[in-house]
Design a protein around this ligand. Structure first.
Ligand SMILES: [Fe+2]
Length: 305
């Protein structure tokens, strides 16, 4: 092991210890729900009333035996679909964490269609391929720079199977895009300092090109600090995690700290609107936090006349 690898491993172990301590601060067992009603004139009529839940940053957090608290909360929200914006794991996908996450994914899939992206924690893990294999085999649809088209008939959401040369139909389909930056593989740190900006823009541009302009598009992308890029690429509705609500609330409403945004981060929770883009950042379910309750997001889509 070279010196760099060794330092990285020590750093990861240190982070893991801090995360485990901060995960057990008061309030962290109480899951709350934030509800969003999103209206759009581009919504196909079939999708009027469409409800889905967004999960973020579980980080292998165990709420209770069998994750029943989390599952029963989700059930009460009556979603038709589950979306996740990444960071299921802490630092690696192995041992008790692997068992917990594998069981959780199976339980979710038994009740709902389940689409997800990878976060930076999966991206840099040595066990990333095990995670992808387990989740894909279980039936989780992992979107990596990929778009699927959804239809909804009689309240049942399905993935449209397009024939070769068949274009997706904006009058009855929604686009669901999952972004996973190629730079995320083994990458540690901030995009701002990485020089990857143009590479990422070109990569995402390529993904966005496939989606018809007049089709409503839901985008899953782990990192909220890329809000400007999402605007530049004219994304409609983006869901992110990663910030854990900014670790803790400060007097006056600001948040303390978020990965890749530093001190007093601006993009940590709730909706952010600019130009045509709405970005909703989840405070997430696990990981380090002080007094910021785990959050589930419920979205209801409404057709605007
Ligand atoms: Fe993250």
């Amino acid at each position: 092991m070279n010196h760099m690898n060794f330092s990285m491993k020590v750093f990861r172990i240190f982070l893991n210890i801090i995360e485990r301590i901060l995960e057990h601060t008061p309030g962290n067992g109480n899951i709350r729900t934030t509800r969003y009603r999103i209206e759009s004139r581009f919504l196909p009529p079939d999708f009027d009333g469409f409800r889905f839940v967004v999960l973020a940053d579980i980080h292998a957090h165990r709420f209770d035996e069998g994750q029943e608290m989390l599952l029963s909360k989700i059930r009460r929200l009556e979603p038709e679909l589950i979306l996740s914006v990444g960071d299921f794991i802490r630092e690696e996908y192995e041992g008790a964490d692997r068992k917990l996450l594998r069981e959780l994914s199976q339980k979710l899939l038994a009740e709902w269609p389940f689409y997800s992206i990878l976060g930076n924690h999966e991206g840099r893990a040595d066990t990333k391929e095990d995670f992808i294999e387990d989740f894909s085999k279980a039936g989780v649809r992992l979107l990596q720079d990929e778009t699927v088209y959804l239809t909804r008939e009689n309240g049942e959401v399905k993935e449209a199977l397009l024939k070769e040369n068949e274009s997706p139909d904006p009058s009855r389909m929604l686009a669901l895009t999952g972004l996973y930056p190629s730079y995320e593989n083994g990458f540690y740190g901030s995009l701002r300092d990485s020089g990857y900006g143009p590479v990422l823009k070109a990569e995402y541009e390529q993904v966005m090109k496939a989606v018809p302009e007049d089709m409503l598009q839901i985008v899953l992308s782990h990192r909220p600090e890329l809000f400007e890029l999402y605007q530049e690429l004219k994304m409609d509705l983006v869901f992110c995690g990663h910030a854990h609500g900014g670790l803790m609330k400060l007097p006056g409403g600001r948040r303390l700290l978020a990965p890749d945004q530093g001190l007093l981060p601006k993009l940590t929770h709730g909706p952010y609107h600019k130009n045509i883009t709405t970005m909703i950042v989840s405070e997430g379910l696990g990981g380090p936090r002080i007094g910021i309750f785990p959050e589930l997001i419920l979205v209801e889509m409404k057709k605007r006349g």
